[in-house]
Design a protein around this ligand. Structure first.
Ligand SMILES: *[C@@H]1O[C@H](CO)[C@@H](O)[C@H](O)[C@H]1NC(C)=O
Length: 392
């Protein structure tokens, strides 16, 4: 039934999917795996000093959460990120500065900068959750800053230096071109829209729809075709093509969905939906095994075909159950709108209802054939001529 040409098409299809996964590499914005589940909606690669800023802005509370990442020239150096409410350079900056404290741990302190004079102590904005890290030559500043309501565009300045004085004050940075340029305007809302918040939300929706349609609907539908159409002799071999078409489209779309999942996972380092991810990996592996096992399918009358069929059913039903479970896990992760969850439950109920109805019809037909056959004196082969619903 599965002619060589069909297998070739299948193989090409699989290869095109592998290419798709390879192309769907992680985006370039969320660069750092932040510790302690620190997640930010937006991030920007800053144009100087190999640094980046990730942030989330809560407009209701007018609170800005940031992660500033930069490599200091030396481990005993410092990195700083500041908002300047009065100008666009260093003068007037309200800075967060991170460096190794006398006890060796990393710490962040706030500095009010006036001219070139730094004053350690409170700054114009209330700060909280300040923390710093140093690893692999990179320092990170984390913190929350309460901004005046409505202040959604800020001038920011950043800097690095190579040493800290015994008094706990950072010593001046170098005067290279790179050190004189780092300043810019940050649009907390517009920047967020044009960077990853918009695209992450869209990616999550694309991921959700692709996977719900493929793993959650097409694959169960394909299984229904195989299990129930087969009973009708007139539907042979149509059921086979319907089944294969459904599963292949389902698998293809599912691979796309899986790739978007990988991309989302790599973008949200530090936050992990372990269950959803693990089920996703198991699902993809089993489904891929299932597709490749088609190439090993023994002929219909081969003695191993029976065992292949058992394997095919076991893996197939496992994939379907895991697929449905993972759609629900995904809906939870997305904290999806209630209507999506209800919509998916309704779809599954309809599929389940159709399957249940067909199950009854199938058994009715099978039993009827059986009783018809048993009235005949020479009632056929070992299988009694009855097409059992579980035979392929
Ligand atoms: C920061 O320094 C300037 C200049 O000395 C001063 O006017 C301002 O009040 C200081 N700000 C804070 C929050 O201490």
């Amino acid at each position: 039934m599965a002619a060589p040409r069909f297998r070739l098409v299948l193989l090409l299809f699989l290869l095109s999917n592998v290419a798709y996964v390879a192309v769907a590499a992680p985006g370039s914005c969320s660069l750092e795996p932040f510790s302690s589940n620190r997640v930010y909606y937006s991030c920007s690669i800053l144009s100087y000093l190999s640094s980046s800023l990730s942030w989330s802005y809560d407009s209701a509370a007018s609170t800005l959460s940031i992660a500033f990442v930069a490599p200091p020239p030396k481990a005993e150096g410092w990195v700083a990120w500041a908002i300047n409410p009065t100008g666009d350079g260093m003068d007037g900056s309200q800075a967060l500065v991170a460096f190794h404290q006398p006890d060796g741990s990393m710490g962040v302190q706030t500095f009010n900068i006036s001219g070139t004079t730094l004053t350690k102590g409170p700054i114009k904005f209330e700060t909280s959750d300040l923390a710093a890290e140093y690893s692999d030559g990179v320092m990170r500043i984390f913190g929350k800053i309460k901004l005046p309501a409505g202040m959604t565009v800020v001038n920011h300045v950043w800097q690095v230096g190579s040493s800290v004085g015994n008094d706990g004050y950072p010593l001046p940075h170098e005067m290279k071109e790179e050190n004189l340029q780092p300043k810019g305007k940050l649009d907390l809302i517009q920047g967020a829209m044009s960077l990853s918040q918009g695209s992450t939300t869209r990616n999550k929706n694309v991921h959700g729809v692709l996977n719900a349609v493929s793993w959650g609907i097409l694959l169960p539908l394909g299984a229904i075709f195989a299990r129930y159409l087969k009973t009708f002799k007139s539907a042979d071999p149509a059921w086979f093509y319907l089944h294969v078409t459904c599963q292949i489209i389902g698998y293809g779309v599912g691979v796309g969905g899986w790739a978007t999942g990988l991309k989302l996972g790599s973008k949200s380092k530090g936050i992990e939906y372990t269950t959803h991810r693990d089920i996703g990996i198991a699902l993809f592996s089993l489904a891929t095994l299932q597709v490749f096992a088609l190439f090993l399918r023994p002929n219909k009358d081969h003695k191993y075909r029976f065992y292949w069929n058992i394997y095919h059913h076991l893996v197939g039903y496992t994939v379907i159950i895991l697929g449905i479970v993972n759609v629900f896990e995904g809906l939870k992760v997305l904290s999806a709108d209630h209507k999506w969850t209800v919509g998916y439950i309704a779809t599954i109920c309809i599929l389940g209802g159709v399957a249940l109805f067909l199950e009854v019809v199938t058994w009715f037909i099978v039993l009827k054939r059986k009783s018809d056959n048993s009235t005949k004196p020479y009632g056929g082969s070992s299988s009694n001529g009855v097409q059992h619903p579980l035979s392929v």
